[in-house]
Design a protein around this ligand. Structure first.
Ligand code: NDP
Length: 456
């Protein structure tokens, strides 16, 4: 369904357990030769995949937008660019990777590294190709074969990727995509005894279910789950920069990014002035036609998600929150009349224990709260079940580093947001996930090692 129009634009196969079985058989057969293919050849194929996506970048971006709702320009600059980079990055990383060795007078120890086997990869709808390729690229680079399930809401760019992989010369059976529903296709992948490794990005409740289901076969599991990330703004920050980036970290991609800073904490002395400007700038954000280069926000991904996000605005009202702006569905005309639109929403006057402060909403809805001291804001920031990321705005290096050191999150951005060096570990703490991926951490996850000790 195109979320901008509410109209079905394509049908998708509803895969079954039998399709997953067939895909695993195909991946297992292909593993015999792909796992023995040299790293240079695997790397060259990944590079060709990246080049071919780049050649069809406009088509990929339009398709991602039509399927997900995000503006086409954002799909091009963020999603598809990153998918290309994922393939190039892991094509290079695998060639540069070194294994450990130690030696002394009597022994030589070295690590023998092998691909894990058939990798089961499950991804969500918010950054469809971006997150799917963040898993596929390292899995293939390491010599695994893959059975992957994109979100049933956003499988179209995965389908284009399949074409590209064939054209790039990826051997048959190395990458298998099975479309369909999580409890059917996803669960069958997770429970399959011949899939020793699962990399999952999605919601925390699904992550828990996957962890339980994968326990039967002691699978290697990486879980990148939900977030409720604090965005901490101290009075000594460059407030113009903090404001400009806070608009993005609150509402980019309709707020449907696990790393969005949905809890904004502002030091009390600058709180009134910051809030006034933030609300004024939020009201100026354009919501509308995803193909218009001037559009900042498209519709939410689906009717069900739209209703869920709007229900949190009602909850905020019940909890005594003040809706400073947004909270309403904009009047749209023509083809966009039945789309899943929502104005970006800023809520204040909520207590720390309110549901809108504690629970992941995953839409264009943020809460803003004042704070007085460094210790207080560290406590508030840590006082949720999630631990994915945080942003800190201050011109004081020592304060920034103290806060960064005490936050229980996987990533802290200081005076920036969403900048990623793909070599760095990425993942969450607490209910935001288990494990780290990125650069050498992905290589570790997608391989098994044997330590070989030789008496010399
Ligand atoms: P879901 O957990 O609902 O779905 C994620 C994927 O899992 C989908 O492909 C889904 O299938 C599948 N799935 C659902 N149930 C099962 C099951 N029982 N077994 C196996 N697979 C299953 O998440 P959303 O798609 O709603 O994505 C939003 C969530 O993802 C948010 O919580 C967000 O924070 C999180 N996320 C985390 C990131 C991180 O890096 N930490 C990054 C991006 C998002 P189906 O097609 O049926 O939906």
């Amino acid at each position: 369904m195109n979320p901008a129009t509410g109209q079905v634009f394509s049908l998708l196969a509803r895969g079954s357990k039998e399709d997953v079985d067939a895909a695993v058989t195909s991946a297992t057969q292909a593993f015999a030769s792909w796992s023995r293919t040299g790293a240079e050849e695997r790397s060259a194929i990944l590079m060709r995949i990246a080049d071919l996506i780049e050649k069809r970048k406009d088509e990929f971006a339009r398709t991602e937008s039509e399927d997900q709702g995000k503006p086409v320009h954002l799909a091009a600059s963020m999603d598809i660019s990153r998918a290309i980079l994922n393939f190039r990055f892991f094509a290079q990383t695998i060639l540069a990777h070194e294994n450990e060795s130690t030696s002394d007078a009597h022994t030589l120890n070295y690590v023998s590294r092998k691909p894990a086997g058939v990798a089961g990869l499950i991804s969500p709808w918010n950054l469809p190709l971006y997150l799917l390729t963040w898993k596929i690229a390292p899995a293939l680079a390491c010599g695994n074969t893959v059975v992957a399930k994109p979100s049933e809401m956003t499988s179209m760019t995965a389908d284009l990727l399949a074409d590209v992989c064939v054209e790039a010369g990826l051997p048959a059976g190395v990458l298998n995509l099975v479309y369909g529903l999580g409890p059917e296709v996803g669960e069958a992948i997770v429970r399959h005894p011949e899939v020793p490794l699962i990399s999952f990005t999605g919601g925390t409740a699904t992550g828990r279910r996957i962890l339980e289901a994968s326990a039967e076969h002691f699978k290697k599991v990486s879980l990148e789950l939900g977030g409720k990330n604090p965005n901490i703004i101290f009075a000594d920050a460059n407030l113009d920069k903090a404001l400009a980036m806070t608009l993005r970290s609150s509402f980019l991609n309709q707020g449907e990014i696990c790393l969005c800073g949905s809890r904004i904490y502002v030091e009390r002395s600058v709180y009134p002035a910051f809030l006034e400007k933030f609300v004024a700038e939020t009201e100026r954000l354009t919501v509308g036609d995803p193909s218009d280069p001037k559009t900042f926000m498209g519709p939410l991904v689906s009717k069900a998600h739209w209703e869920k996000v709007r229900s949190y605005i009602d909850i905020a009202r019940e909890e005594g929150g003040r809706i400073e702006c947004g909270g309403t569905v904009p009047e749209m005309s023509g083809a966009f009349k039945n789309g899943f639109w929502l104005r970006p929403t800023v809520i204040t006057n909520l207590k720390q224990n309110s549901r809108c402060v504690q629970e992941e909403i995953f839409g264009p809805v943020v809460t803003v709260q004042p704070f007085d001291t460094v210790d207080e804001v560290i406590h508030l920031a840590n006082d949720v079940k999630y631990g994915l990321s945080a942003t800190v705005w201050t011109e004081s290096l020592s304060k920034a580093q103290k806060v960064a050191g005490e936050l229980r999150v996987g990533t802290v951005w200081i005076n920036t947001w969403l900048h990623r060096d793909l070599r760095m570990p990425f993942g969450g703490m607490k209910h935001s996930g288990i494990g780290r991926e990125g650069g050498p951490h992905s290589i570790d996850f997608f391989t098994e090692t044997t330590t070989v000790c030789v008496r010399t």
